[in-house]
Design a protein around this ligand. Structure first.
Ligand SMILES: Nc1ncnc2c1ncn2[C@@H]1O[C@H](COP(=O)(O)OP(=O)(O)OP(=O)(O)O)[C@@H](O)[C@H]1O
Ligand SMILES: [Mg+2]
Length: 443
């Protein structure tokens, strides 16, 4: 074996043969550490194999929506990363899946580097009355021991909670550091692929939303799932961010109950408030964040006279900068003195909207609250440009039809949809070309 030295960036994993002051990949300063570069002098040989198209066998988790999100269940030998903010319910969901699989399909190994068997057992008593015999727990942080345990038990499913607690003794960095996280994931991947054992690993996310121990993890694994929601609210959303084995549905909605997480059958209806009377400052947005299925959420705004030298702008669920831009557009093109008002915008249920389709609903709800015009029975979507023009967004017909299906009949839409949807289905269709068209149309 010939030893050479190379340097690896602790933040992003970029490798060079020279020690650099600043990483050319991620821009971090003094982030390089020395790693050994082992070069084998032996000629390595391995015979390539012919891949037959085998019918892949998927393991059902007992959660219909979860299986659909994965494309039909867990693929054998795959590595799934489940991430989410602290306390959101990752361990609860994985314990429930472990229980379901252990009940019917064989041994499940749950490795925890965070919680002692006593803590897990208290969660277990919360979610089930009878614990199956073939659900095994291991409280361990040493990756070598973990890998050996998986090799020995050969479970149908392995859970590693969490990847940030796993460490290898010979590696000098602390647990949770990119080097340790990367190394532990590599080891787990190897065992998953060679033995055909699926492994679900938990990854914590940092405040900025990255999976701690940077994004490299997302590239390594086969599937990335995000569990999100407001910790103090009942519901949780599970999204698939990456899936090498196909995804048929874009999100699953759960509600957190005393006995653990329960799948919600009709997610859209869950986010909408049932009202007898129409109110101002509210409009429905059918949002499509990453997949194909629209989810209906309510965008609300409250506009009140400001008594502060600088008016308040508060935004929950919508990007703050985006809100400032939209307010500026309204001031300019609708000639509204919004500097005199405090503006609060909220997406109900704590859903975070990133896509530009929320621009028009935000403007409509602010306008509606300011002018006291009820819009809560209206559905709207559209991107708004800096010139106040309304732009198309993706899958507009799909959004329209989903809202119709759920009983909504009134729409505020980009004018490009006018040709096809001129005639409303027993309600009111308002088409707007620029924000200016709101005046006169909404009253
Ligand atoms: N008795 C209960 N009834 C309803 N919900 C509960 C109950 N006990 C705990 N929870 C919910 O479970 C959540 C904690 O779940 P869990 O420990 O699985 O989260 P986690 O994502 O694994 O957290 P961590 O990041 O700390 O590992 C709590 O935030 C709470 O919402
Ligand atoms: Mg946990």
């Amino acid at each position: 074996m010939k030893k050479e030295t190379k340097y690896r960036c602790k933040v992003c994993g970029y490798e060079t043969i020279m020690k650099l002051g600043r990483c050319p990949n991620c821009g971090s300063w003094n982030s390089f550490e020395e790693v050994e570069n082992k070069k084998s002098l032996r000629t390595k040989k391995k015979s390539p194999v012919i891949i037959e198209s085998l019918k892949e066998e998927r393991i059902k988790t007992g959660f219909v929506g979860f299986d659909e999100l994965l494309g039909g269940g867990i693929v054998r030998g795959s590595i799934i990363l489940l991430s989410g903010e602290p306390g959101i319910g990752k361990s609860t969901l994985l314990l429930q899946i472990s229980l379901n699989i252990a009940k019917g399909k064989g041994n499940v190994l749950y490795i925890s580097g965070e919680e002692s068997p006593l803590q897990i057992s208290s969660r277990l008593t919360r979610i089930t009355k009878s614990s199956p015999k073939n659900l095994y727990f291991l409280y361990e942080t040493d990756i070598e021991t973990v890998v050996n345990a998986v090799k020995e038990l050969k479970p149908v499913l392995t859970i590693v909670d969490s990847i940030q607690t796993m460490r290898e003794e010979g590696v000098s960095s602390l647990s949770g550091s990119p080097t340790q996280v990367r190394n532990a994931t590599d080891r787990l991947m190897h065992i998953a692929k060679t033995h055909g054992i699926p492994i679900i690993i938990v990854g914590h996310v940092t405040k900025v939303g990255d999976i701690a121990g940077p994004k490299i993890l997302e590239h390594l694994v086969d599937t990335v799932l995000y569990l999100e929601g407001e910790r103090y609210q009942m519901y949780r959303i599970l999204r698939s961010k990456k899936n090498r084995f196909g995804s048929t549905q874009e999100l699953v909605l759960f509600s957190m109950e005393e006995e653990g997480l329960k799948e919600v059958k009709n997610p859209s209806q869950y986010f909408l408030t049932e009202r007898e009377k129409e109110i101002p400052g509210s409009v429905i947005l059918p949002t499509i964040e990453s997949g194909m299925k629209p989810l209906l959420v309510e965008v609300q705004a409250l506009v009140v006279t400001s008594y502060l030298p600088q008016p308040r702008r508060v935004s929950v669920g919508i990007d703050y900068t985006k809100l400032s831009i939209l307010i500026a557009i309204m001031e300019k093109y609708l000639k509204l003195p919004l500097y005199k008002y405090d503006i609060y915008v909220n997406v109900t249920g704590g859903v975070k909207i990133v896509e530009p389709a929320s621009d028009l609903p935000v403007i409509v709800s602010i306008y509606s609250s300011l002018k006291d015009i009820p819009t809560s029975n209206f559905v709207s979507f559209g991107e708004v440009g800096l010139g106040g023009e309304i732009r198309n967004v993706s899958l507009m017909k799909k959004r329209y039809k989903e809202a119709l299906k759920l009983g909504y009949k009134n729409f505020i839409l980009p004018s490009s949809m006018q040709k096809e949807f001129e005639k409303s289905e027993g309600g009111r269709n308002i088409f707007i070309k620029t924000v200016y068209n709101l005046i006169g149309n909404l009253k």
